[in-house]
Design a protein around this ligand. Structure first.
Ligand code: ADP
Ligand code: MG
Length: 678
């Protein structure tokens, strides 16, 4: 029975039970959901259809006595001739001399191995049992751990199928099974473990891919709907004309993208529901001015706003540029960790009294002792760990502002609708007019002298340069050493009057800020840094970005780094020092030199590195699917999302008995509860 403990299976003792526990299998029924992670296909093929060096399975008759030769100390080579159709081929087994007695002249054999079509020989990887039948051509392979073989797992699974498969109930409404021609849950589970054909397997996989993605999307939509419902009564009213006037006073026209996302954001502010929106836009696409207008609208509605950024230096930069932008219109205060003592208390008091309209600061802003008078909008800039924690802090303080997250990392749509499926997403997908594209070059390290010359000539023209050394994953120490080496090398090759600065993760945040400030003030012309270079820092005078060992970075990251230059009027350059060994590495460098578009690059990155690596493992917030893969199953993901949106729109979870199982499942998921605001 499904709920019986695994050791109720006759062959399972204490040891096996422990091994199974490692795989999170404690009940007999759990085995049903321990799906194979891949399948071996031993499809019999005629010789003439097998390509050179292809791994294939053949059947034939042994027509010679097997012979063994030994070489080295433990190495052996066993060969025999096998008649396959009209051709006699040689089968070779390395280091499996013990098979000699099993290979009897005149008997038939089934072999899987690598085919050498010129020598007519097969290097055998697997000798199949005599009983090999056509219907055994698909072999499931399970993730095994410690002392459980695929064979053992197969047996246990087979027991579980016999004893508890019947207890499995369908959870998808009939409609989806019919519309998408999916097998039911019982059939699909059985077929994943014991596929009778490739087609059957394909449909079983399709069913689970849909189930997983659909349930996931339903959860996202459910969270979204509940959060909207729970936050009624905070709509803002503001004078549209004043906003128009403000926009017309800007020194540039907003791009169409900026206008569109601004409307989406202002609609959220006007609406009764909570804003929970992600604003994506490539570096330099002009997110800040959009944020500023939203903050202005909040002020016009009589509430306070906060802009949070990851570092102090960024906070200062934003305070500066917002003060220039707003002039007398808004009272702006900076609040960072290094503002202490009396000054801090005064600021806090003014914020609490409502004398401050807009607070700019680091993320600590909301975590600490700040009490707002009436906060209406919080904007979180350049934040990759998308604010679940910040939101919780706000919630714990009893504050429910509208929240806008901004990111310059273009997120491929697949990830965007999985990782942030419970948020609304706005995208700025064009650059302000007249922006010069950054010229990107890919060179090898033997060109270093010329790179140095290039840096010198740009600096002599009054510009600045970044030089990035990669993170060496295994060792913080090596990492810094690497940066120190480059720093010293540059100091020795560059003329005395060029100041070189050094930045790395071991510096205190005070030291980092000091270095960045010197760089921003052009006291330092060349900044050598590990990848800690603060995202979003604006030094428009910097025109060169040199990246060492560029092949070690993801495309999205290279693009982020490149976005540090090209922020002023002058032509900027990005130089990738890289000597990638493989084709994908070369391809990636080539893509970098060919496009400046962050979304194109991020799609490439996702294809090449997979979803887990895209944000860095810990930050992905991606669910773990057993069968589905959001990159390969992108179309299914879109379908599942569309269906989930429809279910919520028609309120089927609450009203249609066919959806009861799904609703129970969603409601009992503790992770979902965490993401609901109270
Ligand atoms: P990011 O999206 O990277 O935060 P910013 O908001 O810092 O980009 O904008 C980069 C620069 O472009 C700023 O100097 C800003 O004033 C300018 N900018 C923003 N929007 C426009 C526009 N529509 N036309 C011209 N320049 C713009
Ligand atoms: Mg910005």
């Amino acid at each position: 029975m499904f709920n019986d403990p695994v050791d109720s299976i006759p062959s399972v003792g204490e040891k096996t039970k422990e091994q199974l526990a490692l795989l999170n299998i404690s009940k007999v029924g759990d085995l049903l959901f321990h799906f194979p992670f891949r399948y071996d296909f031993f499809e019999l093929k005629p010789l003439k259809e097998i390509n050179h060096e292809e791994v294939a399975t053949i059947q034939g008759e042994i027509v010679s006595e097997p012979s063994v030769s030994y070489f080295g100390r433990k190495k052996s080579r066993l060969t025999c001739t096998v008649q396959v159709g009209v051709v006699a081929i040689k089968a070779i087994f390395f280091n499996q001399a013990f098979l000699k007695d099993k290979l009897k002249r005149g008997e038939s054999v089934t072999l899987t191995g690598k085919w050498d079509m010129h020598r007519l020989q097969l290097t055998v990887q697997q000798l199949h049992p005599k009983s090999f039948q056509e219907d055994q051509t698909i072999q499931p392979v399970y993730h095994t751990r410690a002392n459980l073989s695929t064979k053992q797992i197969k047996k246990l699974v087979s027991y579980s199928i016999k004893s508890s498969l019947e207890e499995i109930v369908e959870m998808l409404p009939e409609k989806y099974l019919t519309d998408y021609k999916l097998p039911n849950r019982q059939q699909a589970i059985k077929s994943l473990h014991q596929p009778s054909s490739k087609t059957v397997l394909k449909h079983a996989r399709r069913r689970f891919i849909f189930e997983e993605l659909f349930i996931f999307q339903l959860k996202m939509q459910w969270i979204k709907a509940h959060n909207k419902k729970k936050s009624e009564g905070i709509s803002k009213t503001f004078d549209q004309e004043k906003i128009k006037a403000f926009i017309s006073r800007l020194s540039f026209d907003l791009t169409d993208s900026q206008k569109r996302v601004l409307e989406e954001i202002l609609d959220d502010l006007r609406s009764q529901a909570h804003m929970n929106r992600l604003l994506q836009g490539d570096v330099g696409s002009g997110k800040t001015v959009v944020a500023a207008i939203a903050l202005y609208a909040t002020h016009l509605a009589g509430q306070q706003g906060a802009l949070m950024v990851p570092t102090e230096i960024l906070a200062e930069q934003h305070e500066q540029s917002l003060k220039e932008l707003f002039g007398e219109l808004l009272n702006i205060e900076l609040l960072t960790g290094s503002i202490k003592g009396k000054k801090r208390e005064e600021k806090l008091e003014r914020i609490e009294k409502g004398e401050v309209d807009l607070v700019v600061g680091t993320h600590a802003l909301i975590q600490e002792d700040t009490v707002f008078n009436d906060i209406g909008l919080v904007i979180v800039d350049e934040q990759h760990r998308f604010g679940v924690e910040q939101r919780k802090t706000l919630r714990d303080k009893g504050i429910h502002p509208d929240v806008l997250f901004m990111t310059a990392t273009p997120i491929p749509r697949t990830l965007s609708i999985t990782s942030f499926g419970d948020m609304d997403v706005s995208i700025i997908d064009e650059m302000p007019k007249g922006r010069k594209a950054i010229d990107t070059f890919w060179v090898k390290e033997n060109m270093l002298d010329r790179v140095h010359q290039f840096i010198i000539s740009e600096v002599q023209n009054g510009h600045q340069a970044y030089v990035i050394c990669p993170l060496i994953e295994e060792s913080d120490k090596l990492d810094i050493q690497n940066a120190v080496d480059v720093y010293e090398q540059l100091q020795s090759v560059l003329p005395q009057d060029i100041q070189v600065g050094l930045m790395h993760g071991r510096l205190s945040s005070q030291e980092k800020d000091d270095v960045m400030r010197d760089y921003a003030d052009n006291e330092i012309q060349v900044l050598v840094s590990t990848t800690v270079v603060e995202v979003g820092v604006n030094v428009p005078n910097a025109t060169i970005m040199v990246i060492y060992d560029a092949e070690r970075f993801g495309l999205a990251q290279l693009h982020q780094l490149r976005g540090r230059v090209g922020r002023g009027q002058d032509q900027s350059y990005c130089i990738l020092l890289a000597d990638p060994k493989g084709d994908t590495g070369k391809e990636r460098m080539r893509v970098m030199t060919e496009t400046n578009d962050g979304f194109t690059l991020s799609e490439h990155d996702l294809q090449i590195r997979g979803p887990g690596d895209f944000f860095g493992k810990k930050q992905s917030g991606l669910p773990e699917f057993k069968v589905a893969n959001i990159v390969d199953d992108y179309r299914a993901l879109e379908v599942a999302r569309r269906d989930a949106v429809q279910v919520m729109r028609e309120n089927l979870l609450e009203t249609d008995p066919e959806y009861v199982k799904l609703r129970e499942m969603i409601e009992s998921d503790p992770k979902i509860q965490e993401r609901i605001f109270d």
